[in-house]
Design a protein around this ligand. Structure first.
Ligand SMILES: [Zn+2]
Length: 101
């Protein structure tokens, strides 16, 4: 795992998520258990092409998507973070501001 990946893994731990490897289409893939049905795993990730955030369940207003973005948005964007990781947190803030509570 490179340093970017290590920092993202630490962030996943901080927000109580798991992390699964990037694939061709998605990066920063945070896994969370569904609040409604704990046996369901939702993967909240950022699309590689345009940076948009989405959940694997495809529901437009997935509660797990909103919760994950909220937790990411609350983290400080520390000076020691790598540029790609800072960009990821900044993007989560923007996405969270625009999402319904
Ligand atoms: Zn979902």
């Amino acid at each position: 795992m490179n340093e970017d990946g290590a920092q993202v893994a630490r962030i996943a731990t901080q927000i109580g998520s798991g992390l699964i490897p990037d694939n061709n289409e998605w990066i920063h893939r945070f896994t969370t258990r569904s609040t409604a049905s704990p046996r369901e795993i939702h993967t909240v990730a950022q699309r590689r092409t345009d940076g948009a955030w989405a959940c694997s369940c495809r529901a437009p207003h997935c509660r797990n998507l909103t919760d994950t973005l909220r937790r990411l948005a609350r983290l400080p964007i520390g000076q020691t973070l790598r540029p790609a990781v800072r960009a990821m947190l900044a993007s989560a803030r923007t996405a969270h501001d625009g999402s319904p509570e």
